[in-house]
Design a protein around this ligand. Structure first.
Ligand code: GLP
Length: 241
């Protein structure tokens, strides 16, 4: 795992955006795997600014998001679909049909999981996957204990994950209990992975990532066995190392 240590969140966002832009410019047909959460917001802001000022085009880029809440309408202000529209897609020139997120509203979530996994395979898998990490080591919504062989599946969210994400909802009760997520195997099939970790709340997760062997009780540790992972981490997150 290559490690890029940065000073703070601003530098993390700029570094991550630069890395994406290099790849998008080198391969205008890149298949990009995208993440939600607080961490990538600054990176998306940089990409939007670049599109406005330098005009980097996403006309032929395909995107697959990691995950989506189950049971929230796509238009709900807390769906990851809405997040992605607001953070990125509404501000760049990517065609709607090139954008993919799991559909969390459907009656048949199992069928949706199979369909989403199939779409990713048909696209030739993700070229560059952006990841954040949960305090408990989750990637996407793959909670501790998830098999490293997992493909896109329905998950029951950990209470700690619901609590961490409750800041976006009016109350904890409103946070969905389930989600659809790419599996760990799906993520690991990406040719390149960039993991973004910022802030003191991730300091324990960073210690675990840098000291443990790959084990299913700490999902992000799967990345230790991937041949092309870059960790971009700021000083706050490195505090306990
Ligand atoms: C969320 C998302 C993950 C994200 C993680 C960390 O639940 N499903 O994809 O990486 O938790 O979020 P944050 O960046 O807000 O700390």
């Amino acid at each position: 795992m290559k490690i890029i240590k940065v000073k703070d969140y601003k530098e993390l966002s700029e570094t991550a955006a630069r890395l994406i832009l290099e790849k998008v410019r080198a391969n205008p047909q890149l298949v990009l795997g995208l993440a939600t959460g607080g961490t990538p917001e600054g990176m998306y802001e940089q990409l939007v600014t670049d599109h406005r000022t330098a005009g980097t085009s996403y006309q032929q880029i395909t995107t697959f998001n990691l995950d989506e809440y189950a049971g929230l309408p796509r238009e709900d202000r807390n769906s990851y679909y809405t997040y992605m529209r607001q953070q990125l897609f509404d501000h760049i020139d990517i065609p709607e049909e090139n954008v993919h997120l799991p559909n969390g509203e459907t009656e048949d979530l199992q069928a949706e999981c199979r369909h989403y996994e199939q779409l990713i395979k048909e696209a030739g898998d993700v070229d560059l996957q952006i990841l954040g990490i949960g305090g408990n080591g989750h990637i996407g919504f793959n909670e501790p204990g998830t098999s490293f062989d997992s493909v896109t599946h329905v998950v029951t969210l950990d209470e700690s994950t619901r609590e961490a994400n409750a800041r976006y909802f009016s109350s904890l009760d409103e946070v969905p209990t389930h989600a659809v997520t790419m599996g760990i195997q799906t993520i690991m099939r990406a040719k390149e992975i960039v993991l973004l970790v910022s802030g003191e709340s991730k300091a324990d997760a960073i210690v675990r990532l840098l000291t443990e062997e790959a084990n299913e009780s700490f999902p992000a540790s799967a990345l230790l066995t991937h041949p092309n992972v870059t960790l971009i981490v700021d000083e706050e997150a490195l505090k306990k190392v």
